[in-house]
Design a protein around this ligand. Structure first.
Ligand code: FPP
Ligand code: MG
Ligand code: MG
Length: 344
């Protein structure tokens, strides 16, 4: 339409800001307690930062919904908005890494991002406390935004992360066989953080509720697609490529989308789900049924559905006001495809 855009690598569009973000996050976790400093910066060191998928989405979203400020042509004002949106990207990554530190303790995981997990290196106690410390620093950064709505949104995310994890660990046997329960759990443990941080970026950009709602919808569907693919990769990926253990879910008694779909073709799967694959031979049997069924294929289709809903949210935004906004929208659409094809 009004702005012609070429396909560009989403990560390269925000490469400069991502580099700044890396340095900023290392600053944010500085402390005079040596052991704590060492633990807290572990996943922010160069080479250990991961894909920085969430900050990339948030910086692109900030540009995608940017509008000229009515009655003001002040570059300083636009700059200040961008700074605050960048802070959301930092806070979100900080919360994400905190949840990974705790997750690796809960999952007794020895590896993460292709290196030793922090619990493997320093023990559970330090890993848990380092996660708490990251949450504390994220809270201070969040408060500094002086925006009660955004503080409330991201605080609620912390509740969701914990509930999602508990839903996965516990849950009635019947519930753990249901798709409804699986999607609720997946929203809590993964999609809520991306959804609510996308919404926060729009709110800080001064966007009205309908635009903030679309930003939320994009994040929610992208987050669901992301986790469903994660659950798929647990079956089809290798530890070497993933940089973390593969086939971890079945071994931990967790039924994800491929298993739930397989249960529709092999109803006896439900007994195994209900007893968390605890009997000897259960894991192997479940794996066989998953492979003999359309479970993996249908899980991929479910992820693709959520990716397409995320694209729809972008298409429903009011017309872009700049070339940059149009380009960032294109990159956000492109990211939905990368989530589907990612190998780690
Ligand atoms: C990774 O899942 C884990 C999460 C997305 C959320 C973890 C949340 C908690 C541990 C609750 C407490 C957290 C905080 C800091 C409030 P996974 O184990 O399926 O993925 P993996 O394969 O990457 O390990
Ligand atoms: Mg884990
Ligand atoms: Mg886990």
């Amino acid at each position: 339409e009004r702005f012609q855009t070429e396909a560009v690598d989403p990560f390269s569009l925000v490469a400069d800001e991502l580099a700044q973000l890396g340095a900023k996050m290392r600053d944010m976790v500085a402390t005079e307690v040596p052991k704590l400093a060492q633990a807290a910066e572990y996943f922010f060191r160069m080479g250990a930062e991961g894909k920085r998928f969430r900050p990339t989405v948030l910086l692109l979203m900030a540009t995608a919904v940017s509008t000229s400020i009515p009655g003001s042509t002040l570059a300083a004002e636009a700059q200040s908005i961008r700074d605050r949106q960048r802070r959301i990207a930092e806070i979100t990554e900080m919360i994400h890494v905190a949840s990974l530190l705790h997750d690796d303790v809960l999952d007794s995981s020895d590896t993460r991002r292709g290196i030793s997990s922090l619990n493997f290196l320093m023990g559970n106690k330090l890993a848990v406390l380092a996660g708490d410390f990251l949450l504390a620093r994220a809270s201070v950064a969040l408060a500094s935004l002086r925006n009660v709505e955004v503080i409330e949104l991201l605080s609620r995310v912390l509740e969701h992360l914990v509930s999602g994890e508990i839903m996965q660990m516990t849950g009635e046997p019947e519930a753990r066989c249901s798709f409804d329960y699986y999607i609720k759990k997946t929203y809590n443990k993964t999609a809520s953080l991306i959804a609510n941080s996308c919404k926060s970026v729009a709110i800080l950009g001064g966007q009205p509720p309908d635009v903030a709602g679309l930003a939320y919808d994009y994040g929610r569907h992208l987050g669901l697609a992301f986790q469903i693919v994660d659950d798929l990769l647990d079956f089809v990926g290798t530890s070497l490529v993933l940089g973390k253990p593969a086939l971890a879910d079945l071994n931990q008694g967790i039924a994800t989308a491929p298993v739930l779909f397989a249960a529709e073709e092999f109803p006896m799967m439900e007994d195994l789900i209900k007893r968390k694959f605890a009997r000897s031979g259960d894991v192997e049997q479940a794996l066989q049924w998953v492979q003999q069924s359309k479970g993996l294929e249908r899980a991929r289709e479910l992820a693709a559905y959520h990716a397409s809903q995320a694209v729809l949210a972008i298409e429903r935004l009011p017309p872009p006001e700049s070339q940059g906004a149009a380009q960032s929208r294109r990159a956000l659409v492109d990211l939905t495809q990368r989530v589907l094809t990612r190998k780690k």
